[in-house]
Design a protein around this ligand. Structure first.
Ligand code: ZN
Ligand code: MN
Length: 252
């Protein structure tokens, strides 16, 4: 099987893959962020990397090392910045890091780049980084695809995973989706006995600064992860891998 991890290749092998074979390069992006008492701080980068590796395997692609730090955790979708370990970047730092990385990929002849986002708060700053890079590159043979992996879940999958109704991706932080996917990819990293059963967070339709940390459940989990299972995770991962691979093949 072909190597899928960029950082394990020599520069000559990399050159051959991206220039001669025009392999798509996947850049996973995550965050270092609290994920409740049961999931590790690196969950967002771990999941976006795992998804990227699955898709790269199906598309003869290469996965670049993940950007493991992300934009600041927001109370309503990541629990906020107050938990130890939630180690975040300013918006411009993230946007500029993306800009610089995209420019480097382009300089080395990458023509197909897929940015796989695994942290809700990153979205607009990834877009900004891509936009700055494309403006700087001008006319370029590089095409970039950007995605949030969770946008590929289909209604039937969500209906199966959430028989009582889907709370939405924002509240799904460290809950059923991420926990089930971690049970599929890295069961050894899930502290099953520590899954909290807090009721869903009850937020107001506005924000207050400084953050009202009391709005966030003490566990940092925004809706219950109790119904997470490895079987759900496997079904989700299979669906994501198939649909994202199809989208990559279609666009490139
Ligand atoms: Zn997460
Ligand atoms: Mn996150």
């Amino acid at each position: 099987m072909k190597e899928t991890l960029m950082n394990r290749l020599t520069w000559m092998e990399y050159q051959e893959r991206v220039r001669d074979e025009q392999a798509p390069v996947f850049l996973p992006v995550g965050a270092l962020e609290q994920h409740g008492p049961h999931l590790p701080l690196g969950t967002d980068a771990i999941l976006s990397t795992a998804v990227a590796e699955g898709v790269a395997g199906a598309t003869s692609g290469l996965v670049a090392p993940a950007m493991a730090y992300g934009y600041k955790s927001q109370p309503k979708c990541g629990g906020g910045q107050h938990s130890p370990g939630t180690t975040s970047l300013d918006a411009m730092t993230l946007a500029h890091t993306v800009r610089d990385t995209v420019r480097e990929f382009a300089r080395h002849g990458v023509k197909k780049l897929v940015i796989v986002n695994g942290h809700y708060e990153n979205q607009w700053f990834l877009i900004e980084g891509i936009n700055l890079a494309m403006r700087e590159l001008g006319k370029t043979p590089l095409t970039i695809m950007r995605l949030e992996y969770w946008d590929f879940f289909t209604p039937p999958t969500l209906a199966k995973a959430f028989p009582d109704g889907f709370p939405g991706y924002a509240l799904e932080h460290a809950a059923v989706l991420e926990t089930s996917m971690m049970l599929h990819y890295h069961p050894e990293l899930v502290r099953l006995d520590r899954i909290p059963n807090d009721p869903p967070a009850d937020f107001q339709p506005y924000d207050i600064y400084p953050t009202r940390t009391e709005w966030v459940p003490p566990s940092g989990v925004l809706s219950s992860a109790k119904s997470a299972t490895r079987e759900k995770g496997t079904a989700m991962v299979n669906e994501l891998t198939t649909l994202i691979s199809a989208a990559v093949k279609k666009e490139f």
